[in-house]
Design a protein around this ligand. Structure first.
Ligand SMILES: Nc1ncnc2c1ncn2[C@@H]1O[C@H](COP(=O)(O)OP(=O)(O)OP(=O)(O)O)[C@@H](O)[C@H]1O
Ligand SMILES: [Mg+2]
Length: 490
């Protein structure tokens, strides 16, 4: 579809000579053109029909150009506006641009002005189309609960999806930031899968896991005889990832002198094997990740700044799980289904106390910790429902961590309040009956009775949790919060 077919043009002016003249010229140019004789009529047309561009006179009866712009904004009409103005009103035209008009043209519309207008319109139409595509993308992704292998329906995850969708087709280097266990590797895989390199290799290298010499060898490979014992040549990660994506995990842990070599390879898109002279050209998309506090890593010269800017053309920040509580339930249910199936168990859900605990715990190990906790709970569970005692991670069994507040809205019944207090206390102790009874000022036997009424026969079962102290909340880990820059498609 050509630009001209994509967007209709509306001319709004009360001067017949201008509307007739412009209509004729723009129709000749191949555009579909409509005319409105005042601002009010223009607004009606804009509301009822989709126009890419409006040419609006600044001074019109009923609704002038500026007021029209304002109305358009309020009604979320995204048509690009080119203001036509008499010389005396150039100031207002400038104000119109501040208000979001695309550009303005001064009367009289002589041939020079008309040429300018003819050049301006396709650009305005392009802008309209790009913005429209991006809006479509936003609403397309607005209801997503999954993307690639990623699960999440929070606003934050949806903007991550949108960012991946927008940058995947390019070759821009991406750095993924976020605490451990937030899904950085899954994002890297999604970037690869959504790109046109999808059929090429995805090569992941953990820069923290390998000693320096081995890391260098893995990255760049070596020629035969490069060092004692190198009886064969070896391709490095760059060569192996040719035509695909290389994922440099924990990139801030890379020794500085290798960072220099990496930088050179990134700049020249060429690598030289250890002991080799030949420059080998590589076509790769580089995705890096780190869970480090980047500002600190840069300040401490652990990560070279020049390398950072090379890698971080587009940063994608993955928020910790505790900041997207909306995703916790979705993930927990999904992991439950996955691990029940894998372990051949008929576990179908979590009970209220388990949910209380799951939703209020702050998950310092993020999705990985949640996944492991659910897997363990499924394996341990002796009934079809997971109780608090099953789900609390082992290391927290002695120190349940949960907000110590129960909020009971006015209008709740006494039974409701009692129920909440009992469940929350029980959850906060990690499912410890004795300790919960003590906190509630009742006996273990009585609490067991209450709980089995509240939770059914399985909820209070499980044992094993023997909390002693409620700890201070775990310190939030320190990955630097970098808002992902919303990159527009195109
Ligand atoms: N949004 C998600 N949806 C489904 N699974 C997830 C999600 N995020 C993480 N996971 C799972 O949690 C685990 C950790 O994810 P991943 O390895 O991508 O984290 P990471 O950010 O790379 O952590 P680290 O910094 O420790 O390497 C993986 O098993 C992954 O499958
Ligand atoms: Mg990782």
């Amino acid at each position: 579809m050509t630009t001209k077919q994509q967007a209709k043009i509306l001319i709004a002016d009360d001067e017949r000579a201008i509307t007739d003249g412009l209509s004729a010229i723009l129709s000749d140019e191949g555009y579909t053109v409509d005319v409105a004789v005042d601002g009010q009529k223009a607004l009606e047309r804009l509301s009822n029909d989709a126009y890419g561009v409006i040419l609006a006179d600044l001074k019109m009866p009923k609704l002038d150009g500026l007021a029209l712009l304002k109305e358009m904004q309020q009604r979320e009409i995204h048509t690009e506006c080119i203001i036509i103005t008499g010389q005396a009103t150039v100031d207002s035209a400038v104000q119109a641009m501040r208000q979001g008009a695309y550009d303005y043209i001064e009367k009289p519309l002589n041939s020079e002005k008309l040429n300018r207008l003819k050049a301006l319109i396709p650009k305005a139409v392009d802008k309209f189309v790009v913005k429209q595509t991006n809006r479509a993308l936003t609403s397309e992704l607005a209801n997503l609960t999954h993307y690639g292998e990623l699960t999440g329906q929070s606003e934050q995850m949806r903007s991550v999806y949108q960012l991946i969708e927008a940058v995947a087709p390019s070759t821009a280097s991406v750095i993924i930031l976020g605490e451990s266990g937030t899904g950085k590797e899954l994002v890297a895989r999604a970037l690869h899968a959504k790109s046109d390199r999808e059929k090429g290799p995805f090569f992941a290298l953990n820069c923290a896991a390998l000693p320096k010499d081995i890391l260098e060898n893995e990255l760049f490979g070596h020629e035969k005889g490069a060092f004692t014992g190198s009886t064969n040549e070896k391709q490095g990660a760059f060569e192996l990832a040719h035509g695909g994506t290389i994922f440099l995990d924990e990139v801030a842990e890379m020794p500085t002198d290798i960072q220099v070599k990496l930088l050179r390879a990134l700049e020249s898109r060429q690598v030289r094997r250890l002991g080799g002279k030949r420059e080998i050209s590589v076509d790769i998309r580089v995705v890096a990740a780190t869970n480090k506090d980047l500002e600190k890593a840069l300040a401490d010269n652990e990560l070279r700044e020049d390398l950072y800017y090379r890698l971080a053309v587009v940063p994608i920040y993955l928020p910790p799980l505790r900041e997207r509580v909306g995703d916790i339930k979705l993930l927990a249910n999904e992991f439950l289904i996955r691990y029940s199936r894998q372990n051949n168990k008929k576990v179908t859900g979590f009970d209220d106390a388990a949910w209380e605990w799951i939703l209020s715990y702050n998950w310092p190990g993020n999705v990985r910790e949640l996944k492991n906790a659910v897997e363990r709970a499924v394996i341990m569970s002796r009934s079809s429902t997971i109780g608090a005692a099953d789900i609390v991670p082992r290391h927290l069994r002695a120190s349940g961590e949960i907000p110590a507040v129960v909020s009971v809205p006015v209008g709740s019944s006494l039974a409701d309040a009692k129920r909440q207090l009992i469940l929350r206390t029980f959850a906060s102790t990690g499912g410890d009956l004795d300790r919960s009874a003590k906190l509630l000022g009742t006996s273990t036997g009585e609490l067991r009775g209450e709980l089995s009424r509240l939770l059914g026969p399985n909820g209070a079962d499980g044992g094993g949790a023997r909390p002693e102290k409620r700890p201070v909340s775990a310190s939030p880990a320190k990955a630097k919060k970098e808002e992902p820059k919303a990159k527009k498609r195109r």
